[in-house]
Design a protein around this ligand. Structure first.
Ligand code: C5P
Length: 401
């Protein structure tokens, strides 16, 4: 698939630099030729010798190299490539690129290039979340730079969060996607995703809520964005970072969630992952905290919350073409979820067993069944990120059918 393609691989200074050597090998296995550029920081992690040995080409490191610059090396390097890939793309390289700096070989190539650039960022989670980095990412996306990753998980610095270099197969897939037309399957589609719990205040200090970490919904929002969708993520109260390329609307209650979803429409698809509380207080507590009294336990006068999924599924006009719900069950998972699909009127239900023994609730893996008019498809246990990727592909297949 990559036969004859020339890839200029810029390797920035990060612990993950060693993975770029594997990336070079995998690209060459697929018929590409790879030429390496190693930044001064990159050389702190891997050597020009290993890059040159693996690529079978010279490894370029210096802007002011008499030998190379006699032939205007930085221009030539960028012109003699079909795609420029930066892996790992450090916060520093991205900042330089976003601002048009050109003070070393890598940044000068990036300013001089007339080729598509694909970046695979890798850094500490706080550096990734920093406003400056997020601002630079927005600028780079506006400039048409393609991005793969970063993943979420344990980082070399010992912290956990977004900032892991994308896995090598994902980087290879992104490069193959570019050469196979570059159009991601959900480009131009708008998808609304609900995630997390809702909090229904009882008084200023107490609330009713469902147990939900929001992880699965956030992963799905991120996976849909990676396939090119414009994603509006309506999130209940959770402490999770917003996935790259996703617009997030924070809400607290089910009523707020419903109106945020309605405001986000029209959409091609709605994926309701949120664990919405079924009831809220009929009347507020006038801002006063309920007091314990000798008259006994206060009765909570509850009323039903709007069913967002059912409402979307039943829309007479402007209904999203695909409405997907989730069913968290503790027994007879498929039977209950199939009945839920009927009851809610949605097109697809993603069902999982959340009984305590499965460890799914709040955990990092999930085992789901996909229930649609095509029947039931049971997937193996996977990481929530892989469930999200597979689900995003399924959604893309339905929307582009
Ligand atoms: O009825 P139940 O809560 O089991 O249904 C779960 C599905 O319905 C999930 O997709 C959830 O996001 C959605 N839901 C909703 N609004 C509610 C209750 C559930 O969108 N009020």
């Amino acid at each position: 698939m990559l036969d004859g393609k020339r890839i200029l691989l810029i390797i920035g200074g990060g612990v993950a630099a060693y993975k770029s050597l594997d990336l070079a090998r995998r690209l060459m296995e697929r018929g590409a030729s790879v030429r390496g550029v190693l930044t001064p920081a990159g050389q702190q992690f891997i050597t020009p010798m290993s890059v040159a040995s693996l690529t079978g080409d010279e490894c370029y490191t210096e802007l002011f190299s008499l030998k190379d610059e006699a032939e205007m090396g930085h221009i030539r390097l960028s012109r003699e490539a079909d795609l420029v890939v930066i892996a790992p793309a450090t916060a520093d390289l991205m900042a330089k690129m976003a601002n048009g700096l050109a003070n070393d070989l890598a940044s000068t190539i990036l300013l001089a290039t007339d080729k598509q650039v694909l970046i695979a960022p890798a850094m500490n989670a706080e550096m990734w979340a920093h406003k400056a980095t997020q601002r630079n990412i927005e600028t780079l996306k506006r400039d048409g730079i393609l991005m793969v990753g970063p993943g979420d998980g344990m980082l070399a610095c010992g912290e956990v969060g977004p900032g892991r270099l994308a896995e090598v197969p994902d980087m290879v897939a992104a490069i193959e996607d570019y050469f196979s037309g570059g159009i991601r399957p959900l480009t131009g589609k708008h998808i609304v995703v609900t995630a997390g719990p809702t909090h229904e205040p009882i008084d200023p200090v107490r609330y009713i809520a469902n147990r939900s970490s929001g992880k699965q919904g956030f992963e799905i929002a991120g996976a849909l964005a990676e396939l090119g969708a414009k994603v509006s993520l309506v999130a209940g109260p959770v402490s999770l970072n917003t996935p790259a390329g996703v617009s997030r609307i924070d809400v607290e209650t089910a009523v707020e969630m419903e109106s945020a979803v309605q405001n986000a429409l029209p959409a091609d698809a709605a994926i309701c992952v949120a664990a919405v509380a079924d009831w809220r207080m009929k009347t507020g507590s006038n801002g006063e905290k309920l007091k314990k009294s000798k008259d006994g336990i206060p009765a909570l006068d509850l009323t039903e919350n709007p069913d967002i999924l059912k409402g979307l599924s039943g829309m007479k006009s402007g209904r999203p073409a695909l409405v997907v719900g989730f069913a968290a069950e503790t027994e007879k998972v498929i039977e209950h979820a199939t009945a839920k699909r009927e009851r809610k009127g949605c097109d697809m239900i993603v069902a999982n067993d959340v009984s305590a023994a499965t460890g799914i609730m709040g955990g990092d893996s999930n085992q789901v069944h996909i229930i649609s008019d095509k029947g039931v498809e049971s997937w193996p246990t996977m990481g929530k990120d892989d469930v999200a990727k597979a689900l995003a592909k399924t959604i893309a297949a339905v929307l582009t059918d």
